[in-house]
Design a protein. Structure first.
Lengths: 386, 150, 358
């Protein structure tokens, strides 16, 4: 049985919304999604909420402060960076299990209330072996980036080009947090955070809410759907040091993404992803992390990655990456992975406004969480999977 | 009309039980200046830091073995901005596979000339051999040791 | 693809402990998950999915599932972590099997009360602007509900007897926490032994679409508004609706259920729960809890408690009863059982699971 996304709601993303309480942000996104879906809250059978580390919002279980509708089944998911996609996938599951005909999924990021997100992110690492020795998501990404450069010949300019491409795309997305005309040179001139990562290759701290309405095929009617053709999620081991010597899948081989992509593509009937997918909303918290996704998503061999980056600017047949601007343009952590799916859905439904890519029959959205430990891949299409 | 902003501070206290395996690992650091790994009873990998079970096989570990004191650097970064809890920049952080281990271990690398970051990066890109150095007064924490290029 | 009503529990395990310095949180989880998998008797063959219930603030670090998920068997599997009660996660896992997305799924839930500050966390659940300044904790809401139940004419004559029966059951239950643990300070009208015995809890089950000794016959979920003042005090309306949905799916009435393992933070919550699911008449929940052995034979929250594990702990206890392996607290040979789990904030959402022996 196929599940369709028929409504998308986004509050838009900013450093902070000082005029809105957390529940108001949730309601706003939900309202927009229901309006887009042309459905009343009473038609919704279940609400699934995605909120990642509570510490970013400084509100414990903030999702419970904003119930939607009366007495509905309600569950909250927290899977870090992939929360947004896990939430959509759970909605997909409940509908396919025939336990709901329509599910409202909603995510909130409230990190505008946090003073230092890195201090919070620091607590994601193992308190026994690593807390005395603070790791950060930035250093984790830098460790990988330096390995990618050594193994495949990526240069600082490649990372800069990817970042600049995303900022330029974000200029066409009114919902994005950052609207800045940044060039690759600007990126290279920005302060070095942890070699080789420059500040402009990292994502902003954004907050905002996103919601979507998922329905079974009988409820689509004459609405414009984006069909979920494939949805897969894989969890890797925690210790990055364990992956360095893993045969066939080391630190920079995104095994969890590769396995998730294989599964999602198989469900969707995709066997030539580079030709059959037109737009890819990719979750990479740092521009260099995008490089690991290319081979995992079947775009090219790992060693051809640098060439693939350059070809994005000259070859119109290559899929368009992050037409929304991606996480570089807005990174409301709890919902970033949901936004990727929402934006992919808008592309498939031809509702992406100025950032619309032409002829999107199929789009892919990815999610990453926990320093590439969790990976999700969602394939959306104008038609249900064959 | 004023928009109200309420200040808040979260101050949760936790007591993390390190468990027997980690406790023994730390004990070995402090008392014997040794870094220990444990072997998975199924896949036979020597896992470092030592732990009670292997999460790939979902099986217990048995043998305790010392690794190092030398090893090979696998990947690194040079931290250029100050982060809470870390020593002042620039500092080098790297994954090192100590001799005998099947997994890599992360810690700081000290004693390098970091006046030119690019030059230092290229030196580390050669994946040099490193050795473990302990602090004078180890206390049984991961910060008891760091790496130094040989 | 499994239809509704054809998901089975193959293996189950539950451990309560307290401040065991020999094991870190991951090792605690690994032990119980390993036991559940062993209990299912098929090793890891066919296990392709893991559904977890845990909370960052309980575990003491953000995105705690990074380290805990692999301990629960998540390596290279489809794993999701609900920051919600274990029975809710169980329902989500059942949906995975029914949707044809998984052949065998591990469900695990835990909370280690000895590692975190239970009261501080409870205080932080309340709205920063209107409620937190009052220093509210969830047990205060339990107290308010208890008092409302009394005001509504709840029969209080059996309070002492009900607590006694719980204490006897908790002492006899081989799985209960027998030493250590922690109780907070009660607020009127609650007394100390009405409060939960906070413990380190890990519960785990393995489920699949292949016939096994216990079948999931029905399930239901529901929710209440956030503000305690908006809710139906002393009546647990979310539990009422959730049990109606579960019973409808199972094609049963509450009086046809042979055994109840209902989650409630305090003695009064357990009594009110029996009324909410329609087993005890209004105001009679305490008397039923005192006299009916088939109600929370495990000892309920007196046997050990830690959020968000309890819904799954209740499911495990019910499973053991249906298999007639509950040990000293076994109550006859029940054919059907109802288990429930509640979530923050102060039982705002509830999940009811109905199980049947095969």
């Amino acid at each position: 049985m196929s599940v369709a996304i028929i409504g998308v709601g986004q509050t838009g993303y900013r450093r902070s919304f000082p005029d809105k309480s957390s529940r108001e942000l949730i309601w706003e996104a939900a309202r927009l999604a229901l309006e887009d879906a042309d459905l009343d809250i009473d038609a919704i059978d279940m609400v699934i909420s995605g909120v990642a580390p509570d510490a970013l919002a400084g509100e414990a279980s903030v999702e419970r402060t904003a119930m939607l509708g009366f007495g509905k089944p309600f569950l909250r998911i927290n899977t870090g960076g992939v929360t947004g996609s896990s939430t959509v996938f759970a909605g997909n599951t409940f509908i396919r299990a025939k336990r709901a005909r329509a599910v409202l999924v909603v995510g909130l990021e409230r990190m505008g209330q946090a003073t230092s997100s890195q201090q919070v992110f620091n607590t994601i690492f193992d308190p026994v072996y690593e807390k005395d020795f603070p790791l950060t998501t930035i250093t984790m990404a830098a460790l990988r980036a330096s390995m990618l450069m050594r193994l495949y010949g990526y240069t600082a300019m490649h990372w800069a080009k990817i970042a600049a491409r995303s900022y330029q795309n974000a200029l066409k997305n009114p919902l994005a947090h950052l609207h800045v005309d940044i060039t690759p040179e600007d990126v290279l001139n920005s302060p070095l955070l942890a070699w080789p990562i420059h500040r402009y290759e990292a994502c902003p701290m954004s907050e905002g809410a996103c919601a979507m309405v998922l329905v079974n095929d009988q409820m689509v009617g004459d609405r414009t759907p984006a069909w979920i053709q494939g949805a897969a999620s894989i969890t890797d081991s925690y210790a990055m040091g364990d992956r360095i010597h893993r045969p066939g899948a080391t630190l920079v081989d995104l095994l969890s993404l590769k396995l998730a992509a294989q599964r999602a593509y198989a469900q969707a009937g995709v066997d030539k992803p580079r030709d059959q997918v037109r737009a890819i909303e990719l979750y990479s918290a740092f521009s260099s992390a995008e490089a690991m996704a290319y081979p995992a998503l079947g775009m090219c061999e790992a060693s051809d990655g640098p060439r693939f980056v350059e070809d994005q600017f000259t070859d119109p047949k290559i899929p368009v990456f992050n037409p929304s601007g991606g996480p570089q343009g807005a990174n409301p952590v709890s919902v970033t992975a949901m936004v990727r799916i929402a934006e992919a859905a808008l592309q498939v439904r031809d509702m992406a406004g100025e950032r619309q890519v032409a002829d999107v029959d199929r789009a892919v959205a990815t999610g990453q969480g926990g320093a590439t430990q969790f990976s999700t891949v969602c394939v959306l299409g104008k038609r249900p999977a064959p | 009309m004023d928009l109200v902003k309420i200040e808040g501070k979260w101050n949760f206290n936790y007591t993390y039980f390190a468990g027997e395996s980690a406790s023994r690992f730390f004990h070995e650091l402090r008392e014997n200046h040794r870094i220990m790994g444990t072997r998975c009873t199924k896949c036979r990998r020597l896992l470092v830091p030592a732990r009670a079970y292997c999460d790939v096989c979902m099986a217990p570990t048995d043998e305790w073995e010392e690794v190092g004191p030398e090893g090979t650097l696998e990947t690194f970064t040079i931290i250029a901005t100050a982060f809470p809890g870390l020593p002042p920049p620039p500092i080098v952080m790297a994954y090192v596979t100590l001799d005998g281990a099947d997994t890599a271990l992360i810690n700081l690398v000290h004693g390098m000339d970091l006046s030119d970051i690019e030059v230092a990066a290229q030196k580390l890109n050669k994946l040099p051999r490193v050795k473990v150095e302990f602090v004078d007064e180890p206390t049984g924490r991961i910060t008891d040791f760091s790496f130094k290029l040989i | 693809m499994a239809e509704v009503g054809s998901v089975y529990i193959e293996g189950a395990a539950l451990e309560f402990s307290w401040a065991d310095p020999r094991r870190n949180l991951m090792e605690l989880i690994y032990d119980t998950v390993s036991k559940a998998v062993e209990d299912a008797g098929q090793g890891y063959d066919g296990i392709d999915s893991v559904v977890l219930a845990a909370h960052d603030l309980v575990d003491g670090r953000s995105l705690s599932s990074m380290v805990t998920a692999p301990a629960a068997g998540a390596y290279l599997r489809d794993e999701v972590r609900y920051s919600d009660d274990g029975a809710g996660a169980f329902a989500a896992a059942v949906a995975r099997i029914e949707a044809g997305e998984s052949e065998r799924t591990i469900v695990a839930a835990w909370g280690r009360a000895s590692e975190h500050d239970v009261e501080e966390l409870s205080r932080q659940l309340f709205d920063r602007i209107f409620l937190a300044p009052l220093g509210l904790q969830e047990t205060h809401i339990c107290a308010v509900n208890a008092q409302k139940w009394r005001i509504n004419g709840g029969d209080t004559s059996s309070v002492e007897a009900a607590q006694k029966r719980r204490a006897v059951a908790a002492k006899a239950n081989p799985r209960a926490l027998q030493s250590g643990g922690w109780r907070s300070t009660p607020a009127y009208p609650l007394e100390s032994d009405h409060l939960p015995l906070w413990a380190d809890a890990v519960a785990a089950v393995v489920i699949s679409g292949k016939p096994s000794s216990v079948r999931v016959k029905g399930l239901g979920l529901s929710s209440e508004p956030y503000w305690p003042g908006d809710r139906g005090l002393a009546t647990a309306p979310a539990l009422q609706r959730a049990s109606e949905r579960a019973l409808a799916e199972a094609g049963m009435t509450a009086h046809e259920i042979d055994l109840f393992e209902l989650d409630g933070m305090t003695l009064y919550d357990e009594a009110i729960a029996l009324e909410a699911v329609g087993y005890a008449a209004k105001g009679q929940g305490m008397r039923v809890l005192a006299e009916d052995q088939r109600c929370n034979p495990s000892g309920g929250s007196a046997a050990g408690y830690s959020v968000p594990a309890m819904g799954l702990a209740r499911i495990v206890e019910a499973t053991l009863q249906l298999r007639a392996t509950a040990g000293a607290v076994q109550v006859g040979k029940p054919r059907t059982a109802m288990a429930s789990g509640l979530s923050v904030t102060a039982a705002q959402t509830q999940t009811v699971i109905i199980l049947e022996a095969q």
